[in-house]
Ligand binder design. Structure first.
Ligand code: BGC
Length: 248
């Protein structure tokens, strides 16, 4: 069975039909640049270009980098245009796509669902927390495989700041930090804080940095939970969006 998945990110909008049995893209993904500012109208056009590239006419799952309720309504927009707030994104995108059924889901929740089924969290019970360290920090919390949606652990307070401003991958780049400094100070402190609150059995680290885990995971010491990199890497959002649209 195939469903189309789209991942709306700060820099790119990417998508492909997803093979839900394999948990993988059925075709090579297509990407367009996210318009700046990332307004609902501009992003909807981008999503349409990606979907039209494949001539797709079935259901579509879409990730969004903010809180999403009922598979449709945007509630926060930390790293995209504020005009998204309270938009019914499923209706907007569905209309732009000529009436295709659209389900919208938080980006980290989508990545988490994909990792739990097809990646680093497969078969794992207990409390599992996936954290995407990218432009912001996204979180997906699972209790015995069941997602608690929209947890937003990237906005915990850390040293008097929004945690994602301290420990995201963007924070490392913006402040020209070495991998070692970022990992041993910023990420370690952040994980210790999340661990104090949730005592997870497993942390899965996702986002673009998951490909470079050898550069930073060895520098994160003193965390009791196991820490592993995500396995689906850049495609987790697309796969998870399609899974959510299929009701999985
Ligand atoms: C948003 C989250 C999102 C994360 C990663 C945060 O700023 O509040 O909803 O999952 O960025 O994109």
């Amino acid at each position: 069975m195939q469903i189309f998945g789209v991942d709306i990110g700060g820099s790119g909008i990417k998508g492909a039909p997803v093979d839900l049995d394999k948990g993988d893209l059925a075709q090579e993904r297509h990407k367009v640049l996210t318009p700046q500012p990332a307004t609902p109208d501009g992003v909807a056009d981008g999503v349409k270009q990606v979907v039209d590239h494949f001539g797709w006419t079935g259901p579509v799952g879409v990730t969004f980098p903010g809180v999403v309720t009922d598979g449709a309504t945007i509630r926060t927009a930390a790293n995209v245009d504020d005009s998204w707030i309270d938009t019914d994104a499923a209706a907007l995108l569905g209309e732009r796509l000529g009436g295709l059924p659209v389900t919208v889901v938080n980006d980290a929740d989508a990545a988490g669902v994909a990792e739990m089924h097809f990646g680093a969290g497969r078969g794992r019970r207990g409390t599992v927390i996936l954290l995407t360290l990218g432009t912001g920090i996204g979180s997906a919390v699972f209790a015995d495989g069941v997602l608690v949606p929209n947890t937003e652990l990237g906005h915990l307070e850390l040293d008097g700041h929004d945690a994602e401003k301290r420990a995201s991958s963007k924070a490392r780049e913006d402040h020209d930090m070495s991998w070692e400094h970022w990992a041993s100070h910023r990420v370690r402190k952040y994980l210790a804080h999340v661990e104090m609150l949730f005592s997870p059995d497993l942390f899965i680290i996702g986002g673009g940095v998951s490909r470079k885990s050898h550069k930073f995971l060895p520098h994160i010491k003193g965390i009791k939970a196991e820490i592993v990199p995500a396995q689906l890497q850049n495609n987790a959002g697309i796969v998870g969006a399609a899974m959510r649209a299929a009701g999985r």
